[in-house]
Design a protein around this ligand. Sequence first.
Ligand code: GLA
Length: 385
Amino acid sequence: MKQLNMHLFTLIILFLVLAGCTNSKKTNESHVKTAVQKELFGILDDGTKVFAYTLTNANGFSMKVISYGGIITSIKTPDRKGNFDDIVLGYDDLEGYLEKNPYFGALIGRFGNRIAGGQFTLEGKTYTLATNDGNNHLHGGERGFDKVVWELKEAAVENGVAVTLEYLSPAMEEGYPGNLDVKVQYTLTNDNELIVDYHATSDQTTIVNLTQHTYFNLTGRESDILDHELMINAQKFLPVDSTLIPTGELRSVQGTPFDFTSFKRIGKDINADNQQIAYGLGFDHCWAIDQEKKGLNLAAAAFDAKSGRQVSVYTTEPGIQFYSGNFLDGTITGKGGKNYGHRSGFCLETQHFPNSPNQPDFPEVVLRAGDVYKSTTKYVFITKS
Ligand code: GLA
């Protein structure tokens, strides 16, 4: 009898322990429903498969990334009423990205933005790059990092969901020296942040300037972005020549259309009678971020009063290119049949200054063998009433 009681006691304890375990797991699951889903997105002409990963955080925010170009094809966040919308421009399928892509959502490298005349000199040697933007080199050339297939994998992180993208760019690809080993991680945290970590090493001295070219439209609708309010944390911007190459001057924004030191409608000064606006066909300039400290600094924030959505951008980079979608002209039909009209998306591209390799006074973009290139940008998504 005593033995039976003991058995019963042990069984009850075992049951309680097990029940406890399942329960705590259930509680966990009901709070945190993060998910990473992999699917085939398309197949390139040479047979290469392009995969997509959809990351969903604990609050239902999601983003989709494809191995072609490291492209972020969607980011879905709620408006102030809790309705989710896709707030970035792009295509439903791979064909769209292959046919005509003004860098929607793409990773940009090796050198984001322009290099004058497609030439630079490093350790006494002159390198010639493709001139794919008039006489200048733009966004890494004819086949930049936006057009290569990355190795895309799920990554384990503490507070959210993540993927890594890796690409080995062979020496002299697009004219750049050194084998460049690049790794980028996209993390969607449970605090509703998208963190982009860039990492690169080279076996020879080279130049690097990586960025992300997502076009945002926080309304999630087929509208222009002129009513969005923008703040750029910069007292100075980089005036350009008629081909969008910085002149070398860092000019005060005070009293100019480039003053976004406090929130201002993007549309307010976009058509101002101003030489710089004329060159950019609107805003297509780099601002020198007020870097208050080492590490991540606030670079910019954009707010859409209609939906209540705001995205704030923090970065370790010294510059941010604000491009107001001036080349979008309604000839692109994107996701869900949406027509992307003039200025229907804007980009906030964190980076070193354009044409840095030819401007000794700009922060350096040289990566030497054995050194590590590291850069981080964080996008924080919130809603405001
Ligand atoms: C960058 C450039 C723009 C334009 C877009 C892509 O933001 O600065 O001039 O080339 O990319 O259309």
